[in-house]
Ligand binder design. Structure first.
Ligand code: HEC
Length: 117
């Protein structure tokens, strides 16, 4: 009985080692790096202003509510005013606002060309 127990323990160790082996580990890791880059930003594609949008807008609600929109620059501008006037968002510094507006109208413009969910 004891021998069987030891054998299965050794097997478990061997299987664990294989899974973490150099070849398997490396592929899993690089696949992860690609997948998590946008996950980290809740699916926001890269671009100037992404970080600002992420921190300014995810403070109150899910970014899903932002990502589902496709608005012109003017409409985004109005949405930002509305966030401040009616929803309690802190007014953005002019530079930050310009970055955010640029990102939103570029990525979530009417054609949403830069956004592939
Ligand atoms: C202080 C909290 C707060 C912050 C910060 C905030 N929002 Fe909102 N936002 C809200 C609330 C609350 C609602 C829901 C309003 C409702 O549906 O009545 C909302 C709704 C929205 C909607 C949905 C509008 C619609 O037509 O359904 C959009 C788009 C939006 N926010 C964009 C943004 C963007 C972009 C930012 C970052 C620049 C941002 N929000 C930051 C509070 C906030």
């Amino acid at each position: 009985m004891r021998a069987v127990w030891i054998a299965s323990l050794l097997l478990a160790v061997a299987v664990g080692w294989t899974a973490l082996g150099p070849a398997g580990g490396a592929t899993a890791q690089s696949a992860n790096a690609a997948a998590t880059e946008e996950d980290e930003w809740d699916g926001l594609p890269p671009g100037p202003g992404r970080e600002e949008v992420f921190y300014a807008c995810a403070a109150c609600h899910s970014l899903a509510i932002v990502k589902q929109q496709g608005l012109s620059r003017d409409s985004w501008d109005e949405s930002l005013d509305w966030m401040v006037e009616e929803q309690g968002m802190e007014p953005l510094e002019p530079e930050e606002r310009a970055l955010i507006l640029g990102y939103l109208s570029e990525v979530f413009g009417i054609d949403r060309a830069k956004y592939k969910p």
